[in-house]
Design a protein around this ligand. Structure first.
Ligand code: HEC
Length: 227
């Protein structure tokens, strides 16, 4: 019986690892719609008060919303058109989700496309640390910290997936099509967010939890994500 228990635990772990490793760069339209429906009913009192748990939840919801909007934009307007979409829609989407969750939200990177996403001193230290771990072959994982005033911040690494390379990939390898490249240069003349490889650290999500977030209760209306 004991033996059986061990085997089922191992089987379970393998199964979890298998699920966790499934690429999710192309969320099905259906699952995006379902997610949106579910998100509408999110009760922010669901916050556990532990920023590692709550940060993980917020990053998951927000990155799925952004990913859904990006995939829709690519399907509707092509990749070059989606660059324009990201240019106008990324900040409004993030701002409305930040308001919904009652947190501060940012995506930042050492090699960024939009100057407004540039890292501050703390972001830089975190990014350097995660990159150094990556160089040693350690997979970057989330980091959180609490400040003396009770506020906290949760960082989660953003890794590149195949889809990302269309706009952030290696130029010399032809990852970025000519029309996409022209659009990027036109909208972001100072851009350095290209020449990334697959599974490379692209940046981090930063979720800033004000001390009073734990007291947040009640349902908020999920904002409409522009499509
Ligand atoms: C259609 C082109 C396109 C695709 C595909 C794309 N991005 Fe971007 N990405 C952009 C644009 C444009 C911006 C700048 C948005 C803005 O102005 O806020 C951006 C910004 C970012 C930023 C914020 C930091 C910065 O550089 O300004 C991160 C992080 C990021 N992308 C990661 C990813 C990841 C990860 C993927 C794949 C899941 C991805 N992107 C796919 C076009 C794209």
């Amino acid at each position: 019986m004991k033996h059986f228990k061990q085997i089922s635990i191992i089987a379970c772990l393998i199964f979890i690892a298998f699920i966790a490793c499934q690429p999710n760069d192309k969320p099905e339209k259906e699952s995006v719609d379902r997610k949106k429906e579910e998100a509408k009913t999110i009760d922010v009192s669901r916050y556990s008060g532990n920023i590692n748990i709550d940060g993980k939840m917020v990053v998951k919801e927000v990155s799925e919303a952004l990913m859904g909007a990006l995939s829709d934009a690519i399907a509707k307007h092509g990749t070059a058109g989606a660059v324009e979409f990201c240019n106008g829609a990324a900040f409004p989407i993030l701002d409305s989700l930040a308001e919904f969750y009652g947190v501060g939200l940012k995506r930042t990177s050492k090699r960024y496309r939009n100057y407004d996403n540039r890292p501050d001193t703390l972001d830089k230290a975190i990014l350097d640390n995660l990159a150094a771990l990556g160089d040693q072959g350690v997979e970057p994982s989330p980091v959180s910290m609490k400040f003396s005033n009770g506020d906290g911040i949760y960082y989660a690494p953003i890794m590149t997936k195949p889809l990302c390379l269309q706009c952030h990939g290696l130029k010399s390898r032809g990852d970025i099509a000519d029309d996409v490249w022209r659009k990027i240069r036109e909208l972001y003349p100072e851009d350095v967010a290209y020449d990334y490889n697959l599974n490379e650290l692209r940046g981090v999500w930063g979720v800033y939890f004000p001390a009073e977030y734990r007291a947040r209760k009640g349902k908020a209306e999920m904002p409409d994500i522009p499509r």
